[in-house]
Design a protein around this ligand. Structure first.
Ligand SMILES: [Cu+2]
Length: 189
């Protein structure tokens, strides 16, 4: 091999290593957050929405990994999450684009969080659902806006609301999910 040939081969090898590293990094950055169990490819995603968009990601550890009943009582699992891509938005039109990255159906409800009430502190009935009186809106339809029968795994749902300044609690109110950790706070300024 000539000196020039050797030089070209070294450059080509370096380029191959760099491209492999870059693609590994891209895969790592695009992967769902830790704890997310993705059982299938995304079914659909939210369209472009009016106002300020809050992206909500819902995850669970998978039905098979959740707590089994103990001493006749269902064990409360705390491995379900509802994460927001921002903690505050300006008042006015706010759109919620919800993606279910979990393995079971989820939903999103928006409720006011009164002063003095802690996140996750709503009373929960015997059936495992929180009191959702005064709900301002919800995204619970698979691949559609508004109210439906739940967001299927891999699907998205969305809703646009007009929100005045204040604190809000976003939650999933399928039985047991609120207690399992599916609530997040949003501040509207
Ligand atoms: Cu849920």
């Amino acid at each position: 091999m000539t000196k020039r040939g050797l030089y070209t081969a070294v450059i080509a090898a370096l380029a191959a290593v760099l491209m492999t590293a870059a693609s590994l990094l891209a895969v790592a950055l695009l992967a769902p957050p830790p704890g997310a169990v993705m059982h299938r490819a995304p079914v659909c995603s939210a369209p472009s929405l009016p106002g300020t968009t809050v992206r909500v990601t819902e995850t669970d550890m998978g039905a098979g990994m959740r707590g089994r009943p103990m001493m006749g009582r269902p064990m409360v699992s705390r491995d379900m999450r509802l994460a927001l891509d921002r903690a505050s938005v300006p008042r006015g039109q706010v759109s919620f684009a919800v993606t279910n990255l979990g393995s079971v159906p989820h939903e999103l409800l928006v409720l006011a969080l009164p002063a003095g009430q802690a996140l996750g502190g709503r009373p929960v009935a015997a059936d495992g659902t929180a009191d959702e009186t005064g709900s301002l809106g919800e995204a619970s339809a698979s691949c559609a806006a508004g109210t439906g029968g739940g967001i299927a795994p891999g699907a998205a749902s969305w809703v646009t609301l007009d929100l005045p300044a204040g604190r809000y609690e976003l939650l999933c109110n399928l039985p047991g999910h609120y207690l399992a950790g599916m609530s997040a706070e949003l501040t509207v300024t």
